[in-house]
Ligand binder design. Structure first.
Ligand SMILES: *Cc1c(COP(=O)(O)O)cnc(C)c1O
Length: 427
């Protein structure tokens, strides 16, 4: 099976090459040239998520040098529980936050780490992964790559601009992970990453790669959990469900669209956003306009230029197809707060601010079965959630263990020379 860029049809490349490159040379994102034909009789209702995903993804790795390793990757990457919680006759919550850093990004980051580590091992190299983070992504990446010894990861974050608990989760690693606190903003960290790719020192001294959310290896497991959920619910006799996917960069929702494109029983897909309403406006006006992002309570969804929109446009290449298949509504911070409260009262169930956008939008939809994707454990957003529900959330053991580890972090000015100095010293 071959992969193409969303911007041009050439050249077609293998999946491992697409994973190694991250972004296509023409600036586009990698997508399958065509989706494989799925043999649904391969799957059974006894399959664990790891087993199901190994079978499903093997066809995406067909004729790739990693094809034989997919089962092993899935077994190591998806060693945590998978939970579909029924709330009432028509509402389920797909809890995607049982991985080590308590958000859905663990699925993609852990699978990507398996792939990149094995590609590097076979090339007899060490890949250096450089990422900028404003919170969630960095901890998922650090945790996923920790002790994958054919890789090392350098995590840049803006000093004093992330929460204490987030900072702790970025700085509790050792060995092959270097946490760097930069005197600057998130945009400065991101600019350092971008400049490194064009910088002579980085080109000569290391094999540089990145782990951001546009990598196709992060999308495949996200597709798999929608395929798995829809398959399991159908096996239990539920009619095909619609899926509500709280969205920022649209990687999670792209996974759902891909699962539907494969023929899995997803009735329809709805993409709530926070006040960053660029998708809602696009669907209403027919012209996409990127905006500066606005800060909201659902901060992992604060995106004004969603990178995976290009994959959704590629899947639905005409305006009619896009309007037929994509729906979006936006949700204010006040509504996020009132929804957290209502859901707690109605179900005695605590949700995070991102998931709240999904619960609110679902209330306005048809009276049919819906699955709402829950993107993070509410305990990660304790300072928002606890005052609303009037209760302290207990720390899960996994998070407590992380928070109790010693921290390691180097501090630098916002400059490339300072970054190169600390990386050289670390070597
Ligand atoms: C990243 C993230 C989102 C947004 O997902 P996208 O794939 O960027 O649309 C939503 N909620 C949480 C908790 C996240 O970390």
């Amino acid at each position: 099976m071959k992969y193409i860029s969303t911007r041009s049809k050439e050249p077609k490349i293998s999946l491992s090459e697409a994973i190694r490159l991250g972004l296509a040379k023409d600036g586009g994102l990698f997508v399958p040239e065509q989706f494989p034909t799925i043999d649904f009789s391969e799957f059974t209702k006894e399959d664990s998520f790891a087993d199901f995903t190994a079978k499903l993804l093997t066809s995406f790795f067909k004729d790739d040098s990693l094809e034989e390793s997919v089962s092993q990757f899935c077994a190591s990457a998806f060693d945590f529980p998978f939970e579909i919680r029924a709330l009432d006759n028509n509402t389920w919550c797909l809890e995607l936050f049982h991985g080590p850093t308590l958000a859905f990004k663990d699925f993609g980051a852990r699978f990507l780490a398996e792939c990149l580590n094995e590609i590097a091992r076979r090339q007899n190299r060490i890949f250096t992964i450089l990422v900028a983070t404003s919170g969630d992504t960095g901890s998922a990446v650090a945790s996923a790559f920790h002790n994958k010894m054919n890789t090392r990861a350098i995590i840049l974050f803006p000093r004093g601009r992330i929460s204490k608990r987030q900072e702790k989760q970025l700085t509790c690693w050792d060995n092959n992970i270097l946490s760097v606190s930069v005197d600057g903003r998130f945009d400065d960290c991101q600019l350092l990453v971008k400049s490194a790719f064009d910088h002579a020192w980085w080109q000569e001294q290391v094999t540089l790669t990145t782990a951001n959310s546009i990598n196709v290896a992060r999308l495949l497991p996200q597709m798999a959990y929608y395929a798995y959920t829809s398959f399991m619910m159908k096996s239990q006799g539920t009619m095909p469900c619609g899926f509500v996917v709280p969205s920022g960069n649209f990687g999670n929702a792209t996974g759902a669209y891909w699962a539907k494109a494969l023929g899995f029983p997803l009735r329809e897909i709805v993409m709530p956003t926070n006040a960053n309403r660029v998708l809602f406006d696009y669907l209403n006006t027919g012209t996409f306009e990127a905006r500066q992002s606005i800060a909201t309570l659902a901060n992992a969804m604060d995106v004004g230029r969603p990178s995976n929109l290009e994959r959704i446009d590629h899947l639905f290449p005409s305006w009619e197809l896009l309007q037929e298949n994509v729906a979006s509504y936006f949700v204010s911070d006040d509504t996020i707060k009132s929804t957290i409260e209502q859901v707690y009262k109605e179900y005695e169930y605590v949700i995070c601010p991102h998931t709240a956008t999904g619960f609110h939008v679902k209330k306005g939809l048809a009276d049919l079965p819906w699955v709402i994707a829950s993107t993070a454990d509410p305990v990660k957003f304790d300072s928002i959630v606890e005052p609303i529900i009037g209760k302290t959330l207990s720390l899960p053991k996994k998070l407590k263990e992380l928070l109790d580890k010693p921290t390691q972090c180097v501090e630098i000015d916002n400059s490339m020379d300072a970054l190169i100095d600390v990386v050289t010293a670390w070597n």
